[in-house]
Write a protein that binds this ligand. Structure first.
Ligand code: FES
Length: 459
């Protein structure tokens, strides 16, 4: 299942790490967050080496819908209520600045990645109160936002919240160009990090600073990210022959969809659910691509499918990313994770904040993103839900694991894996690791394949 981005770009191969070395900064993960952080550090005269277990952009960067927005569903009203206007403004400013920074880089380097400014909309079919509230909250923080009633969608809506001057682009074309300026070693999986030593299968690197930008941190302690983050899957189908809106749209109702155009295609997204939790009814996970196909035919009769793909997102307890110091116990480790469904702007925000921290420059926006920020009531509620899934998954570990070749217990912390029929994978409901039908690792935080039963020789 290749995304439209994978089908239309190529990123040059890089060498593996040649052996032991020393570097001021090691960055783990060559997605947008890792590559941009290395780029900005280089601008500051600091050498940063990036280690990638697979290929540049082979993680979540290739599976996005590539909307570059400060509009992150309904968030600003909640942020003002929970953290106050000053910190909420930091979130808005950091994300608005991220859009501008993408534009600056694209222009300065002449990157041919289809970057275009366009409005982003939230829509609802059922009511306008939340949309009006969000528009007012965002506008009060300096975002050009307004409530409107007209939009380009092919069905009636109660209203929309419009954010002006957001953007869309081709993420892999952008990443390929930026990676050219960065020292990256591919096929170099990090096995262990201990203080200033980063151990890979290809050699050990001594570093003053270590950045974890590999989606879900694979180290459990310190940091305890496994206890405060889960993963969610969502689905995208690209169609030809459908109307292509100029703006980007996201529904805030339970069955809301995501719309954006890409050349002559419409990208229709939706069907989000916690990884490893698969409803078994006909409208459930097994049919989420079908749900998108059916909705597309209802709206744009006769359109034809070009490709389909899915995304895996890290979700935090309070809905904000964790960007900053990894843990108080490791002051020279840094983390960029928990981007939710907003990986484009969050990657840029991460790069700016982590560069400021490593170069010891002031960055006032860092407070709202800090992994150490205040624990909120919403986070407490989500922690209880997350804990319940984990307890259930761990309890199932002790039930019979079936007779198949793959032993369906997650190598991360032991939760029972669930079969995902839509994607023919074993998914973990606890923290979201995924494995193919043979038990081979697809997504972490697990670091190894599932255990397998040996085939019995025929007698
Ligand atoms: Fe943590 Fe499976 S991902 S137990």
């Amino acid at each position: 299942m290749e995304s439209v981005w994978m089908k239309s770009s190529e990123i040059g191969k890089r060498d593996m790490l040649p052996g032991d070395m020393a570097a001021p900064v090691v960055i783990i993960g060559a997605g947008l967050a890792g590559i941009l952080t290395a780029y900005y550090l280089k601008q500051e005269g600091i050498r940063a080496v990036v280690f990638e277990a697979d290929r540049i952009g082979s993680g979540q960067t290739r599976n996005t819908t590539a909307k570059i927005t400060s509009q992150h569903n309904l968030i600003y009203s909640r942020l003002i209520q929970t953290f106050g206007s000053r910190m909420a403004a930091h979130y808005a400013e950091a994300n608005e600045a991220a859009i501008g920074e993408y534009e600056r880089l694209v222009r300065e380097k002449g990157i041919d990645c289809g970057f275009v400014r366009c409005p982003a909309y939230l829509y609802s079919n059922v009511g306008t109160a939340l949309l009006r509230q969000e528009a007012e909250a965002a506008a009060s923080l300096g975002i050009r936002a307004s409530f409107e009633t007209a939009c380009e969608l092919p069905f009636p809506v109660a209203g929309v919240t419009m954010f002006a001057r957001q953007a869309r682009f081709h993420p892999l074309k952008f990443l390929a160009k930026m990676a050219e300026e960065v020292e990256v070693y591919e096929q170099t999986k990090v096995l262990k990090v201990e203080d200033g030593k980063v151990e890979t299968a290809r050699g050990t690197v001594t570093a003053e600073h270590v950045v974890f930008a590999s989606h879900y941190p694979f180290i459990n302690v310190p940091g305890y990210y496994f206890a405060r983050m889960y993963q969610a899957r969502s689905y995208v189908v690209a169609f030809k022959g459908a109307a292509r809106p100029e703006g980007m749209y996201l529904g805030i109702d339970g069955d809301g969809l995501s719309f954006r155009s890409c050349g002559d295609l419409l990208l229709l997204g939706g069907g989000s659910h916690r990884t490893g939790v698969h409803p078994t009814d006909k409208a459930g996970t097994g049919c989420r691509y079908d749900m998108l196909r059916n909705r597309a035919q209802d709206m744009y009769s006769g359109c034809s499918e070009v490709c389909q793909w899915s995304a895996q997102d890290c979700m935090t307890l309070d809905g904000l990313p964790y960007i900053g110091r990894f843990s108080r116990r490791r002051p020279n480790w840094y983390v960029a994770t928990g981007f939710g469904k907003w990986g484009m702007t969050s990657s840029m925000v991460s790069a700016r904040i982590l560069t400021a921290l490593i170069t010891e420059r002031n960055c006032q926006e860092a407070d709202i993103f800090s992994p150490d920020r205040r624990f909120t009531a919403r986070a407490a509620k989500e922690l209880a839900v997350h804990g319940a899934y984990t307890v259930k998954g761990l309890a199932k570990h002790f039930l019979p694991a079936g007779k198949g070749r793959v032993i369906k217990n997650c190598p991360h912390m032991g939760c029972r894996l669930e079969w995902n029929p839509a994607e023919e994978s074993y998914d973990c409901p606890c923290h979201g690791s995924r494995f193919d039908g043979e038990g081979r690792l697809i997504d972490g935080p697990a670091q190894t394949d599932c255990k397998r039963r040996e085939k019995r020789a025929k007698e």
